[in-house]
Design a protein around this ligand. Sequence first.
Ligand SMILES: Nc1ncnc2c1ncn2[C@@H]1O[C@H](COP(=O)(O)OP(=O)(O)OP(=O)(O)O)[C@@H](O)[C@H]1O
Ligand SMILES: [Mg+2]
Length: 323
Amino acid sequence: MRPPQTALPQTATSQTGSPAGGPPPEVAGEPPLPASARIDLDSERKASQADEVLDALDRDLVGLTPVKTRIREVAALLLIDRVRARFGIATARPNLHMCFTGSPGTGKTTVAVRLAELLHRLGYVRKGHLVSVTRDDLVGQYVGHTAPKTKEVLKRAMGGVLFIDEAYYLYRAENERDYGQEAIEILLQVMENQRDDLVVVLAGYQDRMDSFFTSNPGMSSRIAHHIDFPDYTGPELGSIGRLMLAREGYELAPETEQVFADYLDRRREQPRFANARSVRNALERARLRHADRLLAHGGEVGRDELVLLRPEDFLSSRVFIDT
Ligand SMILES: Nc1ncnc2c1ncn2[C@@H]1O[C@H](COP(=O)(O)OP(=O)(O)OP(=O)(O)O)[C@@H](O)[C@H]1O
Ligand SMILES: [Mg+2]
């Protein structure tokens, strides 16, 4: 199956040429509605096509309930803001800069991509793309290199979401003259300037992000939403695995269920465990073993053999080889 982002229907913008979001109507020249007017929220909601993104988020991502709730709240706010604007009720553009904290593979990048699409449908940003960067994309090696690099990235991200992974590497406490500080200052300016249609999402581990904010109060005060992505539980990892398999046209044979659960329990205890990403990698390797097993056996196969992953496809993993 196709990845979920591309499976989403085109936005109203690209279909009709008139942005689904766009400027509030009074800006577009329409006079504000009279105070006695009534607006049907259900049809506003439908017209925005935001629910498609929200429903896809629910469907495609296991768990993450607090994250999904916050994203829904942001969507509700933007929709209501648009309706208020129709009545000419003045509202400052809400601050939507965010910080996503969590371990590797907990879904931060995936959620940021969906967020960008949602913000576009609700008219908060013009394009709705995601530009994902790390320190090296923003900070130069020599005097005078950082500002142009950072500005170039900002230019690319305009109209969408700038996702800065491991944002705390921008700040090096031990080196006062580090060029990272220059990048931070440019970012701060752009984040403050409400006219720029850009949302900045800082991502990384909670504890390092906390100390980054302590050393950079200016950055901290510009982040309105702190969203934590917890590590997945064993059953959640199992469901994530089954979801990934179903998308690729594989299934666990009944006798493989317990083996897969044991695999995940063991893998979680090992170094460099990266939540859902480790699940994805484990399944990739199981696919290799499955294909190898079928060919080694030779002869005829039917649909079942082609679809079902068997215990041995996991049991020969290093994870099961006790030291
Ligand atoms: N809750 C979930 N349900 C289903 N799949 C998930 C879930 N969370 C993450 N994934 C999948 O796991 C993979 C890793 O997710 P993602 O890259 O979003 O994590 P991340 O938090 O950005 O990790 P990192 O910090 O290492 O960049 C992706 O393929 C994503 O689709
Ligand atoms: Mg990521």
